[in-house]
Design a protein around this ligand. Sequence first.
Ligand code: SF4
Length: 226
Amino acid sequence: MAVGGREFRSLDELRRYMAECDRCPLGCTRRNLVFGVGDPHAELMFIGEAPGEREDVLGEPFVGAAGKLLDELLASIGLRRDQVYIANVLKCRPPGNRDPLPTEIAECAPFLDEQIRLIDPKVIATLGKFAAQFVLKTSRGITSLRGKLYRVDGRQVIPIFHPAAALHNPGYRQVLFEDFRRLRAVLARTPEQAAEACAEGREVEPAREGAPRVVECETPRLFDLE
Ligand code: SF4
């Protein structure tokens, strides 16, 4: 979905366009717009929910305690944050870290769609409920979505809990590390192996007109963890 009928040539051009964005009320309360960071040609893109307090101050996603855990998770599969791209569904902080509103997501969505188009990642890892629901175009909860692999617009999508969940409930920590091992297995696939892994599957929900088809891949062939 282009932004106001316009397609951008680069992330920098999109970032400049968004600098003064006030398409939703969060544009009036943010300190900094949190556009995203990382390799603009990354094979792996992470999508989180929205900036928190520290992200709002620094203008960078995942720089608080959840960001530290994300760095640890990345290191566990041999990656650094400059080798991936990290963005959020919302680019401005909801006051008091409340959940994003549907109207805010709808206004901000074209920017994320444009980021995905420009980066063109092979794999998208969504972090938490809102990102999973946005990318997979579903209202299903994160607990039923995680642990599975999906195919959207030719990309593999793997929903993961938000790292912040492990800060509140340490039991999630191990689940996160397991999901990152699965992510590593998905990343290691050749395009042919990826297509084969998702050759069979079923639509998550009937695609709306003009929307991409979202397929849940056959679970037993998903992750091949040795
Ligand atoms: S959240 Fe998105 S749509 Fe709302 S003001 Fe920020 S950049 Fe604009």
